[in-house]
Write a protein that binds this ligand. Structure first.
Ligand code: THU
Length: 139
């Protein structure tokens, strides 16, 4: 399910979603694509706001879209970010997005930071959010 072709295509979807980014304040365009266990993909982009606080990252947009459709069986996410007129960076998820991933995903959830469909860095959620607090703490 998460072979190289699937991850490459996920990265490309994240890159393509940057065209939907609404980021007039930072000019930092981020796209994301999250993969579900049956191969379904939900995409997202960052959406900023003039009051700043209500802005949302691309990762949470994609994850929350999936949750609104009753889907929580997340396998991997690709993220593509960079300044509007610059090159793509290996754009790592912010702390808030890592914690949202922690709510729904186990530590093996894959996080791919894409510069292109072939050039990406891959981490697990456990690597990016060690010693974390999650739903199990409250059970
Ligand atoms: N941003 C994301 O959407 N995802 C990230 O992983 C990092 C940051 C957004 C938030 C804000 O709209 C802009 O990038 C600059 O921080």
């Amino acid at each position: 399910m998460t072979d190289k072709n699937v991850i490459s295509s996920l990265c490309q979807k994240a890159i393509d979603m940057r065209s939907e980014s609404y980021a007039p304040y930072s000019d930092f365009l981020v796209g994301s694509a999250v993969l579900l266990s049956d191969g379904t993909v939900y995409t997202g982009c960052n959406i900023e706001n003039s009051a700043f606080g209500p802005s949302i990252c691309a990762e949470r947009t994609a994850i929350f879209k999936a949750v609104t459709e009753g889907r929580k069986d997340f396998v991997a996410i690709a993220i593509a970010g960079g300044k509007r007129d610059g090159e793509l960076q290996y754009c790592a998820p912010c702390g808030v997005c890592r914690q949202v991933m922690r709510e729904f995903c186990d530590s093996s959830f894959k996080i791919c930071l894409a510069k292109s469909a072939e050039d990406y860095k891959e981490f697990t959620l456990g690597e990016l959010l060690p010693e974390s607090f999650g739903p199990d703490n409250l059970s």
